[in-house]
Design a protein. Structure first.
Length: 196
């Protein structure tokens, strides 16, 4: 993942569009959607602000592209791994902890919620799609962990939504304190409440 503080050599590795997306994602994860401007992105990528409009006509269009990319990354992450349900769930927790940088970063979708009323419908729908993609995946994993409960589809889906919410909340809490240990403690409590 490209960071907003990446070196020029590191930025040169991808296309300008990829660089813009990487920088925007990093800024969203660390500053929130409302905490950066097109100028911040242009400065980090090393292009003129006007050049951003060639790739993304609005900040909302950039935000939508970042969230859709994150959704695709999640789908690719899932498709790339064949593993037992318990290992899949543990991998999900590690993805939150390590890839989303517990203690120093936020999920890009979660980072958009503070400005929910300030973003347009298409961006909100992209965020909801990322959430729904993860909850659907979690429903399958949790259902496989406790097949007897699968007949109660609503309870498995509710539990999946709960796992997603706890992961998001644990990420937020650890960002507030700057301590990855706070994330780990919340996830340990979550693990103890799950089947299997």
């Amino acid at each position: 993942m490209t960071s907003a503080t990446a070196t020029p050599a590191a930025l040169a590795a991808g296309s300008t569009r990829e660089q813009i997306l990487g920088v925007a994602r990093s800024l969203i994860e660390t500053r929130s959607y409302l905490g950066f401007s097109f100028q911040d992105v242009a400065d980090a990528v090393g292009i003129r602000k006007a050049s951003l409009y060639h790739h993304f006509p609005t900040k909302e269009a950039l935000g939508i592209a970042v969230i859709r990319q994150a959704t695709q990354f999640f789908k690719d992450w899932d498709a790339a791994r064949m593993r037992p349900p318990k290992d899949a769930l543990e991998s999900y927790f590690r993805m939150y902890r390590n890839t989303l940088k517990a203690g120093s970063g936020m999920c890009p979708a979660g980072a958009l919620t503070p400005g929910w009323d300030c973003i347009n419908d298409e961006l909100r729908q992209a965020v909801q799609e990322l959430r729904n993609t993860q909850v659907l995946w979690l429903t399958g994993v949790l259902g496989a962990l406790a097949p007897a409960r699968q007949k109660k589809g609503a309870s498995v889906a509710s539990q999946a939504a709960y796992v997603f919410s706890v992961c998001q909340g644990a990420l937020l809490a650890s960002r507030m304190t700057g301590r990855v240990e706070d994330f780990d403690e919340a996830i340990a409590q979550l693990r103890s409440s799950l089947p299997g």
